[in-house]
Design a protein around this ligand. Structure first.
Ligand SMILES: Cc1ncc(COP(=O)(O)O)c(C=O)c1O
Length: 432
């Protein structure tokens, strides 16, 4: 597609956009003068769907009038409420319904999944992660390693000696900002049967790079390792085919591209291959117990098949209602349509930034649309936070990451081509 660097062109793109009406389904924060802000932080916190209040109010109403009976008699009975979200979620991540469930929050789920899928032995104990993974993922992974080492130490001192090569951190080549798939594969091959787990982000939060999850999963399985992904920046943003790619497990939050609200409910994927593997160690709670016999209150834990067997607690209905409001919009818009618009919108942003020929600007996100979602990470040479403050004062909500990166995510559900045009004009002005 050929783009033009004119306001008229941006307006024309918006007119032709078949998804443009979805913007009206969201509250767009306002500037002091009443104009919409230029919101580019859907990669951090998605905007509020206007329907969210109604979905939550329905549950408040049922609680008000029914009390505990709402578990069975609410318009949307609470007992199976989470099941209402499964099909839409499964579609978004490319899973079978049995492979996914919404529950807890992201880091909690990552821990629960590592309890099951990181089972180091004396020979196979390493974890591969990105050097610039989101800090919470690193804390989680390092604390799991520490947990296992302490346990081994407690059980058998001779095998429990601390190893200093457990965590392998993937770094880009010198002078490059993103990882090459062949380099990831090389590390996997080199470490072969000493790798227990490969745990990467689906899209890196800093660079916006989308990894080739299919190839990485294949390489990991060839080495006999388990492969899992943190999809915080991928879900609702890129095409996912977790089942077809044979990924072992994944987890994600829903407050970014899935617009569930601050601290919203998270999701997990467990490959069908593990659905009936009840030998896997897991931390258990009553909501993971077989639903048919859960209320017999037996002492023996009988897990449900599939992802639901990893649930611990009864589900937070108000959070589920909030996510449901947004998933209904995804169902209506269709993920394929959203991806088509997303590619155009981000390519337009890239075109305008490059067309500007400003030597201070470089985009560290891959230019190949298969290797990114909607986010572009813009490195601004010799910039400090003052530049970011200046664009913020002009109505842009973006995101600054030290030392010199502005992350901008035009989201196809509510951003327009005019948003993108105005942002680049403001950036140019502030760089003068
Ligand atoms: C990649 C990634 N991992 C983990 C987290 C932490 O998520 P939570 O606080 O919901 O556990 C985030 C939050 O933004 C994230 O982007």
């Amino acid at each position: 597609m050929t783009f033009e660097s004119t306001e008229v062109f941006a307006l024309k793109m918006d007119e032709q956009d078949l998804l443009k009406h979805f913007r009206n389904n969201f509250y767009i924060p306002q500037q002091p003068d009443g104009k919409d802000v230029l919101y580019f932080t859907g990669n951090s916190l998605g905007l509020q769907p206007k329907a969210t209040r109604e979905y939550i109010e329905q549950e408040l109403k049922d609680w008000e009038t029914l009390g505990v009976e709402g578990h069975f008699q609410a318009i949307n009975p609470w007992m199976p409420y989470h099941e209402n979200l499964t099909d839409a979620m499964a579609k978004i991540v490319g899973a079978k319904p049995i492979e996914t469930v919404v529950m807890n929050s992201l880091t909690v789920n990552l821990h629960l999944l590592m309890v099951s899928f990181y089972r180091p032995t004396a020979e196979r104990y390493k974890i591969i992660i990105e050097a610039d993974a989101f800090p919470s993922d690193k804390y989680a992974v390092k604390s799991q390693i520490d947990f296992w080492e302490r346990r081994q130490l407690a059980c058998n001192e001779s095998e429990g000696r601390k190893k200093d090569d457990v965590l392998i951190e993937l770094k880009p080549r010198k002078g490059e900002a993103t990882l090459r798939t062949e380099d990831i594969e090389k590390v996997i091959t080199e470490n072969g049967d000493s790798i227990a787990l490969i745990m990467l982000g689906g899209v890196n939060y800093y660079t916006g790079q989308a990894f080739d999850m299919k190839r990485i999963t294949e390489a990991g399985h060839e080495a006999g390792a388990i492969v899992g992904f943190d999809l915080a920046h991928a879900v609702g943003n890129i095409k996912l085919k977790l089942h077809d790619w044979n990924v072992d497990f994944a987890c994600w939050c829903s407050y970014k591209y899935l617009n569930s609200g601050p601290g919203g409910i998270a999701g997990i994927f467990i490959n069908e291959r593990h659905a009936e593997n009840f030998e896997l160690p897991r931390f258990a709670g009553w909501w993971g117990h077989d639903a048919e016999t859960r209320f017999l209150m037996d002492d023996e834990f009988v897990p449900m098949k599939g992802a639901e067997g990893w649930q611990l607690s009864n589900q937070p209905i108000l959070l589920l209602a909030s996510l449901r409001a947004s998933l209904d919009i995804f169902e209506e818009a269709g993920m394929e349509n959203l991806l088509e618009k997303s590619h155009k919108l981000t390519a337009y942003l890239e075109f305008l930034l490059n067309n500007n020929h400003n030597e201070r600007i470089s985009i560290i996100t891959p230019s190949n649309s298969d290797e990114r979602g909607c986010q572009l990470s813009i490195r601004v040479k010799d910039a400090d936070k003052n530049l970011f403050k200046a664009i913020t004062e002009k109505g842009v909500i973006a995101d600054w990451r030290e030392p010199d990166v502005i992350r901008v995510a035009p989201v196809p559900l509510y951003n327009s081509f005019m948003d993108v045009w105005k942002f680049v004009e403001i950036l140019k002005e502030c760089l003068k």
